[in-house]
Design a protein around this ligand. Structure first.
Ligand SMILES: *[C@@H]1O[C@H](CO)[C@@H](O)[C@H](O)[C@H]1NC(C)=O
Ligand SMILES: *[C@@H]1O[C@H](CO)[C@@H](O)[C@H](O)[C@H]1NC(C)=O
Ligand SMILES: *[C@@H]1O[C@H](CO)[C@@H](O)[C@H](O)[C@H]1NC(C)=O
Ligand SMILES: *[C@@H]1O[C@H](CO)[C@@H](O)[C@H](O)[C@H]1NC(C)=O
Ligand SMILES: *[C@@H]1O[C@H](CO)[C@@H](O)[C@H](O)[C@H]1NC(C)=O
Ligand SMILES: *[C@@H]1O[C@H](CO)[C@@H](O)[C@H](O)[C@H]1NC(C)=O
Ligand SMILES: *[C@@H]1O[C@H](CO)[C@@H](O)[C@H](O)[C@H]1NC(C)=O
Ligand SMILES: *[C@@H]1O[C@H](CO)[C@@H](O)[C@H](O)[C@H]1NC(C)=O
Length: 437
């Protein structure tokens, strides 16, 4: 994963097809429209001017509980109440402490030392009452006052554990790395964690490397255990994409920094290079390009037909920015991973190396697409329906965490990982690929 990217960086989010967005209104409808706007303003004004006088009707908890504290002020959502005998439920700020660094970032890529409402609002989060910090001195230096404490598994090794723990507090195991990259001995953490926040789809809170978003609804479609994809347009055709294809003068690009990995992907690439051309950028090859700069990404669309999205290890659900990066462009990813890629990206948006028995078969298919541009461009059918937000997409993760912390039913049930090592590591990686090389 790239460690220099700041979450505050603006990600370009231009849908590839903005036909859906443009519309025009006839004059008579326009007048009616303005009338509606005027009425709305009047009504809104009427309501807000009464807001400070009348107490809010509080519908979100059972009115038969007597210990409600009504506060008649602008902070109408910050109301604490006690239910005797039950975990105290607060509709106030949830405080989350980042115990470790995250890829050596104290701010966990939020771009701020203390993050909250703004980050959550940036993804239209339904709740915004969470506060994220790495500052252990806050809340009177009493760490038991934090609602949750997040530990980055791979970076935890040398760090001391908290010495006090409150029974309501949730300890979160966080990881974006595959189990093969976690150097710490996780067997030490028996009965320690309450929640998982990782790239695995069966985590309590998903921590993804990218998102596939519907252009029409703005809803996140994938990653998901059960994505509801639009049917593939088998007859997809686009003149502009045909033109674009003709201008591509190079074949396959690979951006890579880690040359020798458990998945033996570099050997597979060598075998491919024997049969076709693969341009290698980064520390393992002769070419240079600053990965994740716009210039470098644009080059994929303008010059290349294919891009190698080869993961460093073949583990369940371990599908990273390596697939989302090319999907933001017009270049076909060739994936090599241990997951089910259609849970992460639209069907027929990628070529899976593991669908082929041999390297020759794979390369023959690439040649076929090279010689049949109409078939090649069909791999972009989905761009009419979806767009991609590539890494980093931490805002969604923080929103999901905040939503869970606000969910009474979720919070009332017990959450335990007696053996995090078994959950995270056992049988998760199968280094045997289907394709023979
Ligand atoms: C409110 O609480 C009372 C007693 O605890 C219960 O009988 C009633 O069904 C609750 N009402 C709602 C709407 O949950
Ligand atoms: C509103 O809430 C904020 C944050 O909790 C607090 O700092 C502020 O004092 C509150 N204002 C009032 C009038 O209670
Ligand atoms: C809940 O009630 C207890 C005992 O009455 C009190 O000490 C505590 O401060 C209350 N908590 C909140 C959040 O009001
Ligand atoms: C981590 O960040 C600290 C400063 O916050 C720096 O001194 C240290 O060299 C960094 N470590 C790595 C491995 O980048
Ligand atoms: C408090 O809870 C209610 C209902 O669960 C929710 O609508 C409201 O947004 C919450 N307040 C805050 C500040 O999140
Ligand atoms: C490349 O192909 C030649 C001839 O087919 C073969 O002898 C050689 O072993 C191949 N090299 C690799 C790395 O596969
Ligand atoms: C992959 O996920 C799809 C659902 O999108 C499912 O139909 C298919 O059976 C899964 N493939 C495997 C190998 O599990
Ligand atoms: C969190 O996990 C610890 C250790 O397993 C456990 O004692 C505690 O009850 C759990 N807390 C919740 C709220 O489930």
């Amino acid at each position: 994963m790239s460690r220099s990217v700041k979450f505050s960086d603006k990600i370009k989010l231009v849908p590839d097809n903005d036909v859906h967005r443009s519309y025009s209104l006839p004059k008579r409808k326009l007048k009616f429209f303005f009338f509606l706007v005027l009425m709305t303003i009047i009504i809104l004004f009427f309501c807000t001017s009464h807001r400070n006088v009348l107490p809010e009707k509080l519908t979100f908890f059972n009115e038969s509980h007597s210990e409600q504290v009504f506060t008649d002020n602008e902070n109408d959502t910050y109301i604490d109440y006690n239910i005797s005998g039950e975990m105290s439920v607060k509709n106030s700020t949830k405080n989350i402490l980042f115990w470790t660094r995250f890829f050596n970032n104290t701010d966990w890529y939020t771009g701020e030392e203390e993050a909250g409402e703004e980050v959550l609002k940036s993804v239209q989060c339904p709740v915004t009452n969470c506060f994220f910090t790495h500052n252990k001195e806050l809340l009177d230096g009493d760490i038991t006052k934090f609602d949750a404490i997040a530990f980055h598994g791979p970076e935890f090794r040398t760090k001391p554990l908290p010495t006090v723990r409150s029974p309501d507090q949730l300890y979160i195991f966080v990881s974006l790395e595959s189990p093969t990259a976690v150097i710490d001995d996780l067997t030490k953490y028996k009965d320690f964690y309450n929640l998982t926040m990782t790239y695995r789809l069966d985590s309590d809170i998903e921590f993804d490397y990218g998102k596939v978003i519907s252009i029409d609804t703005e809803k996140v479609i994938a990653p998901s255990k059960n994505p509801n994809w639009h049917d593939i347009d088998e007859d997809f055709y686009d003149e502009k994409l045909m033109e674009m294809f003709k201008k591509k003068k190079s074949n396959i690009a690979w951006f890579v920094s880690n040359c020798f990995t458990r998945s033996r992907r570099s050997i597979l690439v060598k075998k491919m290079q024997n049969l076709t051309t693969v341009d290698i950028y980064g520390q393992c090859g002769p070419l240079k390009c600053k990965v994740d700069t716009q210039e470098c990404l644009d080059m994929l669309t303008s010059d290349y037909k294919f891009y190698l999205s080869f993961e460093n290890s073949l583990c369940k659900d371990y599908i990273t920015e390596k697939i989302y990066r090319p999907l933001t462009q017009y270049v076909i990813p060739i994936v090599f991973n241990g997951g089910n890629t259609t849970l992460f990206a639209p069907p027929k948006s990628f070529i899976n190396a593991n669908d082929y028995d041999t390297v020759e078969d794979l390369v023959n298919y690439l040649e076929f697409l090279n010689n049949n541009p109409k078939e090649y461009i069909k791999y972009f059918w989905w761009k009419r329906y979806y767009y991609i937000k590539s890494h980093p997409v931490y805002q969604y993760t923080l929103c999901e965490l905040c939503t869970k912390l606000n969910d009474e039913t979720f919070m009332k049930s017990s959450h335990r990982y007696p053996d995090i090592n078994a959950w995270y590591k056992n049988d998760m990686c199968d280094q045997n690929a289907h394709i023979k090389f």
